[in-house]
Design a protein around this ligand. Structure first.
Ligand code: NAD
Length: 452
């Protein structure tokens, strides 16, 4: 049996050993899901809704336990981890309203009646990354279950603990066996099998753009439905007319939340040249003030990186001669610590300004005018999120329309609300999650004509 040692990123100590599913076990789980599907789709809408509400309540009852597990397994701050468990609960509650609202349409036709049905797909495979193990799992499984599908879910190798607990809570809440299964395992084994197994009718993948392309290519073999949520290198655009104090005070949140391991991290700050010096003077104390420390402490704002390998990758973007404008602090270790770091001046073509570093490293680039800001923001292949700081409503709207990204916020850094759609432009993704339409993306539209 292959196993994986789960490590606490804050201490580098082993937390637990988890058995990894083999190919045979994956096939067996997919078979169980396939067998469970007909009865699950036949559950009356109101009853399916009730079961999802019970699942949500079970998550709520275990909120502190789930949050503590995520602090231990992923090094998330306790405040973030509570929000993440609460997000699973809320997403379940939100989509528990969907079974009774999976409307079709009645379309006028001559000679009969034409109606559409939203039919569930069957088995859906959800592949989750390590950076937000709970929310990203919930964004996939909640609407998929609500639409009447059976779900097999693979957490990231590094962070399986909360997903395993969620599967137990689903059973406790009364979801039938086989309807929601969690399979810890290697990406190229379990994840890949979701792609190649013909009974899996859709893959929801969140992770790197590199693996996402592989998943998409694999799904093409069977014309399998696929949703991709991939990487980002989002811009935080600060115009000269903005509330500079607020823009600077919140920029660390936008870039360093979850230690920068956030696909929506605003890791490029674009500042209008006329206020560049003033902005940097305001940014410095904000960055130095980020409290980096044990993730279980209530006062901590930023915890460690996920692993030693990831720490090495992030560190490679800040070599000894890197243009560090200023940086915060971090504990010396053990654990995978990296201080919040601001790089400037940097060329827009520098790897630090182009690559998704996925750590607490932000670059600051000056721009001249609105066109220049949009040009810089749209450089590169990513297009996930971004922020625009200005007091000019017209400019806010013009720039919002011009930036090629799926999730923008004006005068804030918020990007993911479960009741609004979320996803990427360009190579940041394909399809949308969350929002009112997510259950539809776990169905096929069927048209039926009935002659008079
Ligand atoms: P990753 O691509 O390495 O892994 C993601 C998941 O895919 C893991 O569960 C992994 O085991 C699995 N996997 C690996 N190889 C596979 C294969 N050949 N076939 C099928 N599955 C396979 O990504 P990661 O390092 O875990 O996560 C970080 C990345 O995720 C970043 O690029 C980040 O931007 C992205 N991300 C995107 C979003 C979004 O919503 N757009 C959200 C969070 C993270």
């Amino acid at each position: 049996m292959t196993t994986f040692d789960v490590i606490d990123p804050a201490t580098a100590e082993k937390v637990r050993t988890v058995a990894l599913a083999s190919l045979e076990e994956t096939d067996a789980a997919i078979d169980r899901a396939r067998a469970a599907f007909p009865a699950w789709r036949a559950v009356a809408p109101g009853d399916r809704a009730r079961l999802l509400r019970r699942f949500a309540d079970a998550v709520d009852g275990a909120l502190e336990e789930l949050a503590a597990l995520e602090v231990l397994n992923a090094g998330h701050t306790i405040g973030n981890a509570r929000w993440e468990a609460g997000n699973v609960r809320d997403v379940l509650h939100y989509y528990s309203a969907a079974p009774e609202r999976l409307f079709g349409r009645q379309i006028p036709v001559p000679g009969g009646l034409d109606v559409t049905f939203q039919e569930p797909l069957g088995v859906v495979g959800v592949i989750v990354p390590w950076n937000f193990p709970m929310p990203i799992a919930g964004w996939g499984f909640a609407p998929a279950l609500a639409a009447g599908n059976a779900v097999v879910l693979k957490p990231a190798e590094l962070t399986p603990l909360t997903a395993l607990r969620l599967a137990e809570l689903a059973l406790d809440a009364g979801l039938p066996e086989g309807v929601f299964q969690v399979l810890p395992g290697a990406g190229p084994v379990v994840g890949r099998r979701f792609v190649t197994h013909p009974a899996v009718r859709k893959v929801v993948f969140t992770g790197s753009t590199r693996v996402g392309k592989e998943v998409m290519a694999g799904c093409a073999e069977q014309v399998k439905r696929v949703t991709l949520e991939l990487g980002g290198k989002s811009a935080n655009i600060v115009f000269a007319d903005a509330d500079l104090e607020r823009a600077a005070a919140t920029a660390p949140d936008g870039a360093f939340d979850n230690a920068g391991q956030d696909c929506c991290a605003r890791s490029r700050i674009l500042v209008q040249a006329s206020v560049y010096d003033r902005f940097m003077a305001l940014l410095e104390p904000a960055v130095r003030g980020v409290v980096v420390g044990p993730p279980g402490d209530e006062a901590t704002a930023m915890g460690p990186l996920i692993s030693a390998a990831h720490l090495a990758k992030v560190s490679s973007y800040v070599p000894a001669d890197a243009p560090v404008a200023f940086r915060g602090s971090a504990p010396p270790g053990p654990g995978f610590w990296f201080p919040p770091t601001v790089l400037a001046p940097v060329s827009p073509t520098d790897p630090a300004a182009v690559d998704e570093i996925f750590g607490p490293v932000v670059v600051v680039l000056p721009f001249t005018d609105e066109d220049d800001a949009v040009r810089l923001a749209n450089a590169g292949e990513y297009g996930l999120s971004g922020s625009i700081w200005t007091r000019d409503v017209g400019r806010a709207l013009r720039v919002s329309r011009a930036v090629e990204a799926g999730n923008l916020s004006v005068n804030s850094h918020s990007s993911v609300r479960y009741w609004t759609p979320f996803g990427g432009f360009k190579q940041s993704g394909l399809g949308r999650e969350l929002g009112p339409d997510a259950p539809d993306s776990f169905t096929e539209t069927k048209n039926v004509f009935i002659a008079h």
